[in-house]
Design a protein around this ligand. Sequence first.
Ligand code: SN0
Length: 317
Amino acid sequence: MKQFTSVHDVTDINALVAEALALKQNPYGNQSLGANKTIGLVFLNPSLRTRMSTQKAALNLGMNAMVLNIDKEGWALELQDGAIMNGTTVEHIREAAAVLGQYVDILGVRSFPGLKNREEDYSETIFNKFVEFCGVPVVSLESATRHPLQSLADLITITELKLVERPKVVMTWAPHIKPLPQAVPNSFAEWMCHADVDFVITHPEGYDLSTEFTRGAAITYNQQEALNGADFIYVKNWSAYEPYGEMPGLGSYDNWMLTNQSLLQTNNAKVMHCLPVRRNIELSDEILDGANSAVIHEDGNRVWAAQAVLEEILQGL
Ligand code: SN0
């Protein structure tokens, strides 16, 4: 693997999931692979799970990990080519990314969308500049449009917990108080469309995701109908793709938050969420604290997802 930015970088997703599960059984078996190798993790946005699980994965492989919260600790970055830098930006991304590439063997980058300019976000302007200028393999730690390490951990979790060969997986939109990226749902949809599952997406009208990511999925505006017989429910808020970054019908979809009542018609569904979750806005206490919640298990699996990916990249260095 030369980079990990989406499901399209993976040759065999089932093999990658199997490798992650093997690493979970034997985390320290491959420590010589990462000896004297360094990963740099660069964050332009906050992180808890991605930061810690990727560091842990690197350590398990014998690597060193260095973290830079570049938005707070680095120089203010200029992104525009040809800019005359007489304002607030101090360093061009061309030099910043290139120098980071001198210090590390693999670079992880987190760059959220601005949610103002769809074309800019969906062309992955910032993330792709890191890829272009750093000169080493890049791992997405969540870009403007995707969060593949999360989606891989989600598929690992579904593979581990499923009780039927081909489970029904429902991704449901949930309420929120502010506009969130489409990266997590885009990415989850893209992975599920490649996985051996029956995949349904449900959301209120106005929240359709880009078909680039949902092609092949069943989509309904009726949450009740979608939840029938579900084996897994993947809960996530996202803002609209059109009109971009907005929250149509804000306040009128509060009943989209799942409660125990919503689970009655499911196949005793496991409930997933990438976290962080706003309790009693996106998901009720009773679900998060109840027997059907798989969120802690799911996010524990972030380590094995990252470790399987880093292992494959290291093997190709
Ligand atoms: C991010 C998102 O893409 O939805 C990260 C998820 C892994 N979530 C948030 O930004 C939540 C912010 C909030 O205020 O709840």
